[in-house]
Design a protein around this ligand. Structure first.
Ligand code: AGP
Length: 366
């Protein structure tokens, strides 16, 4: 209940929680990075190196934003630990009677630790002998108790219905998990070091992004009157786009759709017009040129473009430039401006930011 926590002088809990992220990320990281061996210390996993080497697959489950953070996590695990990994909504997973494999590591994500669909999926996995870790914020919650071990986020209570700091801390926890798995498999010390250093830079870089708030507020006002928005990203940018769209629809009630950028031409390009602006996630990575080509295609259909990336581009109407980290960690930082964008769009439209209609903070029923 929001009444139990101090809003710290912020107008909304959501803004407080967005603004807290330099600290909450630091808390998620605290005591978990080993700069000597470039490894992560995750005592709560209860897993030895031999077991870690036995996994042939990682399957991640969660609902809503937790699922999108899991998609980000799956990419981190594939990139750093080189284990095939994917994420699926927990409810879909449990209803489709999944094959539970002994050499798969299952990871359940939940801020509250009480989401019914995720809890029941975990119980089903356990019944069938699955090895399940939890990435959970709420200590002692049902999912934390039900799993065989895991990582607590230590992000502190999240009051606003729309998840922000828990999303970011979950992605950070996945980076630690991927580092941990990778370093007992085949991630090199040099790459381990690169990731450790990148993780340590995150809190300061988030602070830098938060200083862009006034500009993002102007942009949110500019775009908030659109009847809908398209969010696009490729590979690492796609979960960012999905979470950005989710935040916008949850709190501003503006229709938002997220697509992999390369899928546009297979259908949704028909929607592009001056009335449907696009938020494009364009990191400086090996897909930069492809993404810039996509911007040209949107432009050619008179679509307005707000680009979020590491540089400005003539192909976009507006750009939000965020600090660069390691390519694997960039999605974490690229998500932050989208939280502020959704927040200010919701405020501009006079929505009930912390308690959006029809939604509950944790969905403890089927
Ligand atoms: C996030 O903004 C949403 N309110 C929602 O999708 C949420 O992430 C989902 O219901 C899962 O909640 P949990 O993390 O507490 O399990």
């Amino acid at each position: 209940d929001a009444g139990h926590y101090d809003n710290g002088g912020y107008e909304h809990y959501l803004l407080k929680e967005i603004s807290e992220q330099p600290d909450t990320v630091a808390r998620t990281l605290r005591g978990r990075i080993d700069d000597r061996f470039h490894i992560a210390h995750l005592g709560g996993l209860n897993m030895d190196a031999r077991e870690i080497r036995s996994f042939r697959r990682v399957k991640i489950i969660g609902c809503g934003s937790a699922y999108y953070s899991g998609q980000m996590g799956a990419q981190l695990i594939e990139e750093l630990a080189r284990i095939p990994a994917d994420a699926e909504p927990a409810s879909e997973f449990r209803y489709r009677s999944p094959v539970v494999e002994p050499d798969t590591l299952y990871v359940a994500i939940s801020q509250s630790g009480e989401t019914y669909d995720t809890l029941v999926a975990v119980q089903e996995l356990k019944r069938k002998g699955g090895r399940v870790l939890g990435i959970v914020n709420t200590v002692g919650s049902a999912i934390a108790r039900e799993t065989d071990g895991g990582i607590y986020l230590h992000a502190g209570p999240e009051v606003s219905v729309a998840s922000t700091k828990a999303f970011i801390s979950t992605a950070v926890a996945f980076a630690l998990l991927a580092l941990h798995l990778g370093r007992v498999r085949d991630l090199s010390p040099a790459d381990g070091r690169r990731i450790c250093e990148g993780l340590r830079r995150l809190p300061e870089q988030i602070k830098e992004i938060l200083t862009l708030e006034d500009r993002i507020k102007e942009l949110a006002k500019k775009y908030a009157d659109a009847p809908g928005m398209m969010f696009v990203g490729r590979v690492r940018g796609y979960p960012v786009a999905r979470e950005g769209a989710q935040k916008l629809k949850e709190i501003s009630y503006v229709h938002a759709e997220a697509y992999p950028a390369s899928e546009l031409k297979h259908g949704p390009l028909a929607l592009i017009s001056p009335e449907l602006p696009t938020v494009a996630i364009v990191p400086d990575d090996e897909l930069l040129d492809k993404n810039l080509t996509t911007l040209g295609e949107i432009r050619a259909r008179h679509g307005r473009i707000l680009m979020v990336g590491h540089r400005t581009s003539e192909a976009a109407d507006d750009c939000i430039v965020v600090p660069k980290n390691e390519v694997e960690l960039d999605p974490i930082l690229l998500t932050i401006p989208l939280q502020l964008f959704a927040y200010h769009a919701a405020v501009a439209l006079d929505r009930d930011v912390d308690r959006p209609r029809n939604l509950a903070k944790s969905v403890t029923v089927e």
